[in-house]
Structures are given as structure tokens and as C-alpha cells.
Write a protein that binds this ligand. Structure first.
Ligand code: S3P
Length: 170
């Protein structure tokens, strides 16, 4: 049975969009860890952050990584903070191969300028927050990744690149 195809990267890097398209093209199940957590908790990510705090949300992410590592042959898109922790990476890699979607801070800012669903970016100085967070996270994303993909390209091209690699290794 094939390994899971796991997408990681910053908010707005296209993990959910690309993940859904890949799952359709490859005929594999699609799981988005944020949606999975929202369903399990019965509330949105924003409300979880607001009512229970970020630490609680991060503990849910670890549980989800443990659960999803039991699966095979699924496309999994992770939250932008999920694979920053070695423990989570270790769990998810038990059953999956990790592709990093690389994007610039300008692309993120463009894509998320009207977004209200990411608690970490609901602030006046959004540009500074994106730039600071992204530069802190880039080395960690790279450490987690088995393959690094240029996600500035069109979703179609990004999907083709990922599928070519995934098919060649599984
Ligand atoms: C987060 C990214 C979000 C979501 C939460 C925290 C982060 O997911 O998990 O708001 O720390 O980068 P997306 O990357 O899907 O936006």
C-alpha cells in the first residue's frame, strides 16, 4: 500500500487546494488536518484559539499526526504550524512522505489579504507578522520536508511536479 502524500508549508501556500486536486487526480482520500480538528472539536480553528488557547490547539495537532500516521494511501494537508515540531514530523513520517510548498511572503500576503480565519494573522501589522513567522519557520519546514516544491507556480504545475515525484517513489 502506498505511503501518505503529506503537504506542509506556510499559511496560504496552497496546501488545501493542491491537496484536494492531488487526491482527485490520484484517486486517493483527502484529509485536511485543520478540518479534521474542527470536526473533532465541533468548532472552528478561530474559536479553538479564542476559547481554549493555542497550546491546546497544538496538542490536538500532535494527536492528529499520531492518528493519521496509521493511514496509508491518503493525501494529507497539514496546518502551517503542524510540522514545526519534531514529534509531529516523526509521527506523520511513519506513514508518509512530506512535500514542502515553498512560497514567498509577498505571495502569502497577496493570497491572504482578506482572510479572517487565521488567528495568527488577525493583526494590524500583518505584513510584519508574515515576514517574521515565515523566516523563523523556513528552516523548520525544510527540515521536515522530503521534497521541496516551488509553489509560486500554477496549481496545475505544482500538482504535476508532486505527482511525478510521488509516482516515482511509490
Ligand atoms: C496555523 C496555520 C493554519 C491553522 C492555524 C495555525 C499556523 O493552517 O492550523 O490557524 O500556525 O501556521 P493553514 O496553514 O492551513 O492556514
Amino acid at each position: 500500500m502506498k505511503k501518505n502524500l503529506v503537504l506542509c508549508g506556510f499559511m496560504g501556500s496552497g496546501k488545501s487546494t493542491i491537496g484536494r486536486q492531488l487526491s482527485e487526480k490520484l484517486g486517493m482520500r483527502f484529509i485536511d488536518t485543520d478540518s479534521y480538528i474542527e470536526q473533532k472539536e465541533g468548532m472552528t480553528i478561530s474559536r479553538i484559539f479564542e476559547e481554549k488557547g493555542e497550546d491546546y490547539f497544538r496538542s490536538l495537532e500532535l494527536e492528529v499526526c499520531k492518528e493519521l500516521s496509521q493511514l496509508k494511501g491518503s493525501v494529507i494537508s497539514t496546518g502551517g504550524g503542524t510540522l514545526l515540531k519534531d514529534t509531529n514530523v516523526k509521527e506523520i513520517k511513519k506513514g508518509g512522505v512530506v512535500f514542502l510548498l515553498n512560497v514567498s511572503s509577498n505571495t502569502v500576503l497577496n493570497r491572504l489579504k482578506n482572510d479572517t480565519t487565521r488567528p495568527l494573522l488577525q493583526r494590524e501589522d500583518k505584513e510584519k507578522a508574515v515576514k517574521t513567522l515565515l523566516s523563523q519557520r523556513i528552516p523548520l519546514y525544510n527540515r521536515a520536508a522530503d521534497y521541496v516544491i516551488d509553489a509560486e507556480e500554477s496549481p496545475r504545475k505544482v500538482c504535476i511536479e508532486i505527482m511525478n515525484i510521488y509516482n516515482s517513489i511509490s
